[in-house]
Write a protein that binds this ligand. Structure first.
Ligand SMILES: Cc1cc2nc3c(=O)[nH]c(=O)nc-3n(C[C@H](O)[C@H](O)[C@H](O)COP(=O)(O)OP(=O)(O)OC[C@H]3O[C@@H](n4cnc5c(N)ncnc54)[C@H](O)[C@@H]3O)c2cc1C
Length: 539
């Protein structure tokens, strides 16, 4: 029986087909070849079965099994079958490795599109997939020892959750361990120590306070050496089949990201192999962080998109005061505003994915050194606000755990915290501006190229140079600068690639000198084109 005025859940749609801006971006970014697989992925992800898996994986959180029945240490994580089913789907889609496994034009764009679709349905599973994807350039560059071919297992489009030495596995996943009790942002404060052992192996003793996906086959771990902070590949199981000396003390009880296991661990002379020079650990791991930050942007864009799609789907069917919700001018303002935020976030994510391509223009790569931390700051922050607003569009139902909004809302802040919390990435923006003049020049070129289409944009673009030059050396205005960069670049991308009504509505609401704009969604100064914006937002 159909209950009157209770819209069905947003399920059973092909998430790729209903997303006009994504389809355009994929074609534009040379990934037309990926359309059939993305369409299949959008169909799988949008099905009620996959939403049910996502729900089950988050309701039945992973459990730590410290000992086996005989009292032997196990340090294993028990996951609900839904977790494994989702991991298998994503690994077979190559989310952890595809651009490295098959380098080709548009490879990172295609992977970004797939990751963006996945982010709309379940986020915890994305943590090990991201860390594995980000580890590949580091492991390829430094080729650590380890008695087996790690790379062929990492590049397998397969999922193998068995606890075995790497030589016996079909596929492998990689995590990263940097954060300690006394410091996460300031990893130089790490106290965990590494000492050389025989045959190129090292032994690591100490702890990590956050160690996500401890079930991964290995982690890239930072530890102090006599020469300085080094980076090491620490296997979960040693080549001889013994479990490595990694004790899982407990799993974190987290606000969101609950399907994923995040552990506190101790190392008791755990085996590891150096990755890069013993004193270059931060530089080594920073290469990885560049890709994990990219995924924070793509993932947060996906969260915004999921929130928007749910809200719009609901508002098109729910009636209040004799009209569809979406037809009420003030609700249309809110939804159109969310749609602008969503498309802007997507275009920023796709721009950064393009900058990762093997054939990316050098100037785009240079600009990305500023735009990546700026977008990481801004898009992750906007996801927090957007999920709250979308929840409200569903009224009381939005607050109820039977629909995905509460989970998206709880998930949103974590992308802003890990891989460089808000202030840290804003300080990175400032450092890049002060030290890397080629990156600033490239950013200026990127922004100047979109001039001439919108007066507010042109005025902001002209001001950006002086805004960057006036950046305070102490970083105190870091958030203002990062926001200015992210919003202006997003506007440039919309001017280049979105219909004029989208780009104008974004510029007029985000770049005009209106002190109220942006404080909350639903404050667009002009909604005469809202219906057009909403048609585009969800086909
Ligand atoms: C769910 C979850 C999973 C995680 N998984 C992992 C993992 O797998 N591996 C891993 O290594 N870490 C992981 N982390 C840890 C995460 O990366 C850190 O929490 C994060 O880097 C911040 O470090 P911290 O917690 O020590 O906070 P702090 O470094 O103490 O920072 C606290 C706040 O102060 C701000 N701050 C710090 N320094 C400055 C400054 N100079 N100026 C202005 N503001 C500043 C920061 O931006 C932050 O907002 C995870 C965290 C969470 C929540």
């Amino acid at each position: 029986m159909d209950f009157p005025n209770q819209p069905p859940p947003f399920e059973g749609f092909n998430l790729f087909d209903v997303d006009i801006a994504l389809r355009e971006a994929v074609t534009r970014d040379a990934a037309q070849w990926a359309v059939p697989q993305l369409r299949a992925w959008g169909e799988t992800l949008g099905s009620p079965d996959t939403y049910a898996l996502a729900d089950a994986a988050n309701r039945n959180v992973p459990v730590l099994r410290t000992y086996d029945r005989r009292g032997e240490r196990l340090d294993e994580i028990l996951f609900h079958p839904a977790w494994h089913a989702l991991m298998r789907l994503a690994a077979e889609a190559g989310e952890h490795c595809a651009p490295w496994r098959t380098p080709q034009p548009g490879a990172h764009a295609a992977r970004a599109a797939g990751y963006y679709l996945h982010a709309q349905v379940e986020n915890g599973t994305q943590c090990p997939l991201t860390m594995t994807y980000a580890s590949v350039p580091v492991l390829a560059r430094h080729a650590p020892q380890g008695g087996a071919d790690w790379m062929s297992r990492i590049l397998a489009n397969d999922y193998d959750s068995r606890v075995l030495p790497i030589a016996q596995k079909r596929a492998a996943l990689i995590g990263m361990g940097m954060t300690e009790r006394q410091g996460g942002s300031d990893v130089r404060a790490n106290i965990t120590r590494a000492e050389p052992d025989a045959d190129g192996a090292w032994r690591i003793s100490g702890h990590k306070w956050f160690f996500s996906a401890p079930q991964c086959d290995a982690h890239l771990v930072l530890a102090q050496t006599a020469a300085g902070l080094g980076c090491f590949l620490m296997p979960r199981v040693n080549p001889d089949g013994e479990r490595n000396a990694i004790r899982i003390n407990r799993l974190k009880d987290k606000l969101g990201n609950r399907s994923n296991a995040s552990a506190e661990v101790e190392f008791d002379r755990a085996l590891a192999w150096p990755v890069g020079p013993a004193d270059r650990g931060i530089a080594t791991i920073l290469e990885m962080v560049q890709y994990t930050r990219l995924d924070c942007v793509i993932g947060s864009a996906g969260i915004i998109r999921a929130a928007l799609a749910s809200a719009l789907h609901h508002a098109r069917q729910r009636t209040t005061f004799g009209r569809r919700l979406a037809e009420h001018p003030l609700m249309a303002n809110v939804l159109a505003d969310l749609a602008l935020e969503s498309e802007a976030a997507l275009l920023l994510a796709m721009l950064l994915a393009r900058a990762s391509e093997a054939d990316a223009e050098p100037s785009l790569r240079a600009a990305a050194r500023i735009v990546t931390p700026a977008a990481k700051y801004w898009v992750c922050k906007r996801a927090i606000a957007a999920t709250a607003e979308a929840m409200e569009a569903l009224g009381g139902n939005g607050y109820i755990e039977e629909n995905p909004l509460p989970r998206l809302y709880r998930e949103a802040p974590v992308n802003s915290i890990w891989e460089g919390s808000g202030n840290i990435v804003c300080l990175d923006v400032g450092r890049a501006i002060r030290r890397e003049s080629d990156a600033v020049d490239a950013l200026q070129v990127l922004i100047a190229g979109a001039r001439g289409a919108n007066g507010h944009y042109d005025r902001r673009a002209a001001m950006l140079d002086s805004t960057l030059r006036a950046a305070h050396a102490d970083g105190s205005d870091g958030r203002r600068i990062a926001q200015a960069v992210a919003v202006t670049v997003a506007a440039a991308q919309l001017i280049r690639h979105a219909p004029p009504e989208v780009a104008d509505a974004f510029c007029n609401s985000r770049l005009a000198e209106d002190a109220f704009a942006g404080a909350a969604f639903g404050t667009l100064p002009d909604t005469s084109r809202a219906a057009r914006l909403l048609e585009r937002a969800l086909a």
